[in-house]
Design a protein around this ligand. Sequence first.
Ligand code: TPP
Ligand code: DXP
Ligand code: MG
Length: 632
Amino acid sequence: MLLEQINQPSDLKRLKVEQLPTLAQEIRQYLIEQLSATGGHLAPNLGVVELTIALHYMYNSPDDKFLFDVGHQAYVHKILTGRKDRFHTLRQYQGLCGFVKRSESEHDVWEAGHSSTSLSAAMGMALARDYKGESNKVVAIIGDGALTGGMAFEALNHIGHEKSNLMVVLNDNEMSIAPNVGAMHNYLSKIRSDRTYVKAKEELEQLLKKIPAIGGKLAKTAERVKDGFKYLVVQGMLFEEFGFTYLGPVDGHDVSKLLETFEQANRVEGPVLVHVMTTKGKGYSPAEADSHKWHGITPYKIESGQVMKAVGNPMYTEVFGNVLMELASQDERIVAVTPAMPGGSGLLKFAEKFPGRMIDVGIAEQHAATMCAALAIEGMKPIFAVYSTFLQRAYDQVVHDICRQDANVIFAIDRAGFVGPDGETHQGVYDIAFMRHIPNMVMMMPKDENELRRMMKTAVDYNEGPISVRYPRINGTGAVIDQELTPIPIGQWEIVRKGDSAAILAIGPMIPVAEEASELLKREGLNIRVINARYIKPLDEEMLLQLAKEHLPMVVLEEACLAGGLGSAVLEFYATHHIFNQIVYPIGVPDYFVEHGSIKEQRAEAGLTAEHLVEEMRALLYSRGDNRLSRA
Ligand SMILES: Cc1ncc(C[n+]2csc(CCOP(=O)(O)OP(=O)(O)O)c2C)c(N)n1
Ligand SMILES: CC(=O)[C@@H](O)[C@H](O)COP(=O)(O)O
Ligand SMILES: [Mg+2]
């Protein structure tokens, strides 16, 4: 087995070129086997086996810098750079990260998780290199999906201006997570499929090769003829217009062709873009057949391709998708907008049922947000379906275009809270902090799937301005679904458990945690009130004033960053109402990035467990010598 000999890129370089396809096959098999146990981004990585081998064979990482866009397709890179033996820990607590991670290896020079950042980073690294008078290569590997991200265009524009030496490898597999969308995608498809261009280009290259070894002027003329040819056959080669030398399209599964093209690229002065054509899921038929499903996959049976689905109640995402269809059938103003996540956001059935009313804008959260503002101002009911973590990308558009204009946009914020294996780049723990402080924003979080349905109805009925519902990446609680869809009065909280020793204000999946803690403390004679603080904004001011009147010490519990979260809002409320003797103890995600693992492990690490809550409440109450304890 060649793979057994490979622990560092230097080992790879000892192989002959003709051995590389065998190595690729072994790595492919290794990925299929490993990920059948761990799950992960199988299809993207199967598509870049030969590409990654060719890059490490041609260039000298880490001096030559590889910047993987999104970074979900860097498993082969990790295998070739000494992490094969840890692969069984992929995306597990304190195991290998599923994305590029600088603390894991010197070969991981740039981290991501969010899309479309690699070209900007490549520009920065190339400029730094030039300032330092160094000469290493800078290579960004970006997918056709990531290329639809606005940042990528900003970087292309600047790179073409600076004309620094850097290489962009465009990994074009015609897929984002779902089939890719947009004019850029159509353009790339034209190049990919324009056999005339590809064939004529090959014939021209053969012809040029036949001309006796030419140097000097004639060689330059020949190059100019070839370049001019591109304009003839493929008008306005977009990348050439951006100041790049465009090479390709090249078969991304043919290592020799890739090496040949990289050789050619090495001779180019200035920015060069190598257009590589790959198949997402290459070499594993279930993944090739449905690379949308196999983009990110849970453990599976190799032979049958049967995925081991976590059993349980429907995910909140599915409940959202279903209630949205109910609402949309009653209100034709409703349109759903997704930035490249139709599947993950639960909108596939909606798209089928309401053709034309699900708009996938590509990886373009900023564009999506501002477009929703305009849709709302023109009387539509836009549902901006977006993961909490990816909403971060559109913060200014939420402030400047949606809230400031009081546009009636409905935010369906999925993956709110910990997300598990995707880890620190994907945790949905900041949206409360960055949304609640914006004027005109209303923000809710349901305690269960029945409340999610009611909140979506509340949001659709609300016509005053922007309104958000956030919900987690977990299964529902199994709550009874009442078909009524009764709206929930804006700003109204709910007491889910009575008590007069202290109170826990909790939201979403923290409510069962609060109830469990309350049950445990009951054995010590403490009757803890549990409140479903389901409106993060506006707060239930009446209930807060009542709690103060009762002098009930309280904990505010949220699976969101402590800084700026719901606990902060409650503290702000009492302070600004000159109520200075009310005890408020906020418990949330501490001030650091919580890495990959299971949601359970992440909550345990962050102290969001009933056991930890009990400790904190004991400390809070006993330390005060609270006279209520005398009843214990
Ligand atoms: C800002 C942002 N939005 C959305 C995503 C979710 N996402 C992860 S990978 C991906 C598709 C990437 O497509 P492409 O770049 O073509 O890579 P491929 O998976 O096809 O190899 C998307 C939309 C993200 N990571 N970052
Ligand atoms: C790499 C990336 O950003 C997406 O593939 C993300 O991992 C999807 O997350 P879900 O699995 O929660 O849909
Ligand atoms: Mg792609």
